[in-house]
Ligand binder design. Structure first.
Ligand code: 5GP
Length: 125
C-alpha cells in the first residue's frame, strides 16, 4: 500500500528500524548524513537504497524541512555511492517515489539507485 507523504513521521517504519540497528541490512556506505544499503528485492543488478539519517517521510518533507547541511550531505552521499560502484561511465538511474501516485511504500525518504544494465524506458506507458 502506498503511503501518504504528508503523514507525520512513523518511528516504527522499517527504515527507521534499520537506522537504529534493529533490523539487519547490507550496508554499502554510511556517513554522518546518510546510510546506503542493498534493496532486499533488487530490480536491477545494482539496486541500492540511500536514506537520510534524519526522520523525513519523503522528498516533500525533506525538501521543506531538511537543513542545508542535511540536504547537501544526502545528495553528496548518493553521488559517492554511484562513483564507488563504478556506475558513472556506464550510467545509472535515481528514483524517489513520493506518496500515493509515486507508489512510495516505506515512509522514510529513500532514493533508489539502479545500475548494472540498460534500464529501459523511464516509465511503463
Ligand atoms: P518504495 O516503493 O517505498 O519506493 O520502495 C521501498 C523499497 O524498500 C522496495 O524496493 C523494497 O524492496 C525495499 N525494502 C522493503 N523492506 C526492506 C527491508 O527490510 N530491507 C531492505 N534492504 N529493503 C527493503
Amino acid at each position: 500500500m502506498a503511503i501518504d507523504a504528508t503523514s507525520p513521521y512513523d518511528h516504527a517504519n522499517i527504515f527507521a528500524k534499520i537506522l537504529r540497528g534493529e533490523i539487519p541490512n547490507r550496508t554499502v556506505y554510511e556517513d554522518e548524513w546518510a546510510l546506503a544499503f542493498h534493496d532486499i528485492n533488487p530490480a536491477a543488478p545494482t539496486h541500492i537504497l540511500i536514506i537520510p539519517k534524519g526522520a523525513y517521510v519523503s522528498w516533500e518533507d525533506f525538501s521543506a524541512r531538511g537543513s542545508d547541511a542535511e540536504i547537501a550531505g544526502f545528495v553528496r552521499a548518493i553521488g559517492h555511492v554511484a562513483r564507488s560502484h563504478d556506475l558513472v561511465t556506464p550510467g545509472y538511474r535515481l528514483l524517489a517515489n513520493v506518496g500515493g501516485h509515486g507508489g512510495q511504500e516505506v515512509p522514510h525518504l529513500h532514493v533508489h539507485l539502479f545500475g548494472g544494465r540498460p534500464l529501459g524506458p523511464m516509465l511503463a506507458r
